[in-house]
Design a protein around this ligand. Structure first.
Ligand code: SF4
Length: 177
């Protein structure tokens, strides 16, 4: 396993039992939603080469390509198993999926760690000591040399998400300023 791969096992903030009951994630209003997970280059290679997923599952802008929901008007991640509300590639799920409801944001020339308060668990717990500790953990992690290198190699995952709350600043690698 490479140093980068080892670095991508993030501690999770939202308990798994809460996620399994919530039907908010992995579903999108549009097929080209900005909320569909953006992939790192090594994730694209791993999913295509080792997991044998169809090329059509990845959009031209390096996102997971949502598919129409046969039971509704929205769109679903093709890896979502809707009956059990589970991710079929959970052990290999993308970095952005591990990070959510936290996101890496570019705003006013700064790279920021932000949080999406549409997640009901984080909405309830954002002011807790648990959340403060987790944000400190994530900020340290994202400011590490390994993650700075990852951001330099994958600027596509630094997005301009709207309506998210800023919680910490991330050092911007010189190469992508
Ligand atoms: S890859 Fe898994 S965790 Fe990520 S959006 Fe798809 S179903 Fe959800």
């Amino acid at each position: 396993m490479s140093a980068k791969s080892k670095a991508l096992a993030l501690k999770q903030f939202v308990p798994q039992e809460f996620c399994l009951k919530c039907r908010g994630c992995c579903r999108f209003k549009e097929a080209d939603s900005v909320w569909s997970p953006c992939l790192l280059e090594e994730e694209i290679q791993m999913l295509l080469d080792k997991k044998g997923i169809p090329v059509a599952s990845i959009s031209i802008d390096r996102r997971i390509q949502p598919v129409p929901n046969p039971a509704g008007a929205d769109f679903l991640c093709p890896f979502l198993e809707t009956a059990g509300n589970q991710c079929r590639i959970y052990a290999f799920r993308p970095f952005e999926c591990q990070l959510y409801p936290f996101l890496i944001n570019f705003r006013k020339g700064k790279v920021l760690l932000t949080v999406d308060l549409n997640c009901p668990y984080v909405y309830e717990h954002i002011n807790s000591q648990e959340a403060k500790d987790y944000i400190a953990y994530l900020a340290d992690y994202l400011n590490s040399s390994t993650l700075r290198s990852l951001l330099k190699d994958n600027p596509q995952i630094i997005q301009a998400y709207e309506e998210v709350r800023e919680v910490a600043e991330i050092s911007l690698p010189d190469e992508i300023k």
